[in-house]
Design a protein around this ligand. Sequence first.
Ligand code: DC
Length: 218
Amino acid sequence: MAFNVAIDGPAGAGKSTIAKAVAAKKGYVYVDTGAMYRAMALYFLRSNISKDDEAKISSVVDDIVVSIKYEAGSQHVILNGEDVTGLIRTEEVGNMASATSVYSAVRTKLVALQQELAKTTDVIMDGRDIGTVVLPNANVKVFLTASVECRAKRRFDELQAKGENPDFDKIAKDIEERDYRDSHREISPLKQAEDAILVDSSNMTIDEVVGTILDLCK
Ligand code: DC
């Protein structure tokens, strides 16, 4: 039986940073499920499909092949044969991913891929519904959160470090909207699994959060 760690939480809580660090320490494979929703979103954007057009989205889902591969330990997302890893980190793609991940056709396809990966491999998987839907029997479940203000500040600092000129209020508003949409959708909303441990990283360093999760994996 593979060892599975599920990390769920809202956008910007630090899930991927933490999960990558735990994966490196424990030799688990890190699976970033948000990247899969983003790859699908990129396909919809490129095809000029409206985020509101569920019928169209459901009808093209079968034309989309999303897979992941690992190079030097880092995850690459492949969309119909093209490595799109470098193209999916924009706000536009993130917002489209949030909007289109509400549809069951999209979720069914990606959840199956995620479950397949976790069956045979020790994984630490991050997302919104990992502990509740994708890996309900995960060995360790963490719900990682932080205040909106903290998450907006982290995103602001990240963009500034990249030489951009971000607007703090706009970032905070986007985060709030995304939280609302992710946690109020009908299918698999973002929510803490009953048996998940809540970790609020607002006043914790990365090392402290990583240490907390490593302890849970013992
Ligand atoms: O974690 P992220 O920001 O890369 O995710 C992008 C969007 O994908 C997120 O707003 C909601 C959706 N998502 C999801 O519905 N379920 C997951 N397991 C992961 C992401």
